[in-house]
Design a protein. Structure first.
Length: 281
């Protein structure tokens, strides 16, 4: 399930820090499994607690980290906005806080925050599955504690007459698969992010794009924002920058979901926008 969540984070274009953090979590979890196989001396309680810690991160800690990221990476000047509220009449369009917020920061904030919402059946299954897995780990901790207590309560004679059965260790060759999986997950995520950044670096207007590995040379842009709220010269006012070719290039992939242009010239909509079936704003 964690791999499916990672693929979703890559596809929606979540902030790089969050994607790398979740990738590191999966890799560390796989390496921990390899270490347990190689050492082979972990008790049942140790194995259950280790699994519970990783499920705790997936179910609770990571969503909290997403909220913390949103809080510290979205800046808004409340004092500046308050002065406008005192001047502008009630009902004025400029009284909306979204008008004063940085559109790029707001897009990234909404993207990260929306990743915590359940918007499809897949999201529902993943959230419920991860939380049920965490609950099962907690139940296993209770079961192990009960079994340990019952064993301590047995008489010394019964303990001597019946030798406890030792659990057969997992063959160490399986540790290779866990190590290989952790390396492959990190390499795939890193390569997808690197490739997408290389393709979209020529378009600073694309603030959100999917992280994909070798997407045919196209930038899989999802949110395009090109805004100039305060033109400074006569030329900028009456002859704004023509963004036709930029919109055309970023719409070719068909992934565009949001398009925001202010004080930019777009006399004709590119035909490539017809392929963007998820374009909503």
């Amino acid at each position: 399930m964690q791999v499916t969540v990672l693929l979703e984070l890559l596809e929606i274009g979540n902030p790089v820090a969050l994607v790398y953090g979740y990738t590191a979590f999966i890799s560390v979890g796989s390496l921990a499994g390899a270490i347990k196989i190689l050492i082979g001396k972990f008790s049942a309680m140790g194995e259950v607690i280790a699994g519970c810690v990783f499920d705790l991160f997936a179910a609770i800690v990571f969503p909290v980290l997403v909220l913390v990221y949103c809080y510290y990476n979205f800046q808004f000047d409340d004092a500046f906005f308050a002065t406008y509220l005192e001047i502008l009449p009630i009902g004025s369009f400029e009284r909306s806080a979204a008008v004063f917020a940085d559109p790029s920061e707001m897009a990234l904030f909404r993207l990260a925050f929306d990743s915590l919402r359940i918007k499809s059946w897949l999201d529902f299954v993943l959230r419920v599955g991860i939380n049920l897995s965490f609950c099962y780990r907690l139940k296993r901790i209770g079961d192990v504690l009960v079994v340990a207590h019952l064993r301590r309560a047995q008489s010394v004679q019964a303990h001597r007459t019946r030798r406890p059965r030792r659990q057969r260790p997992v063959p160490r060759v399986f540790a290779v698969f866990f190590i290989a999986f952790s390396v492959v997950v990190w390499m795939v995520a890193n390569q997808a992010i690197t490739d997408s950044h290389a393709r979209c670096s020529h378009y600073p207007q694309c603030v959100v794009f999917a992280y994909r590995w070798k997407h045919g040379g196209m930038c899989p842009c999802k949110i395009l924002i090109d805004v100039d709220r305060a033109p400074k010269t006569y030329e900028e006012w009456f002859h704004p920058v023509d963004v036709y070719r930029t919109v055309q290039a970023l719409a070719i992939s068909g992934e565009l979901r949001s398009l925001q242009l202010i004080n930019r010239q777009l006399l004709e909509l590119p035909d490539e926008l017809r392929a963007c079936r998820h374009l909503s704003s």
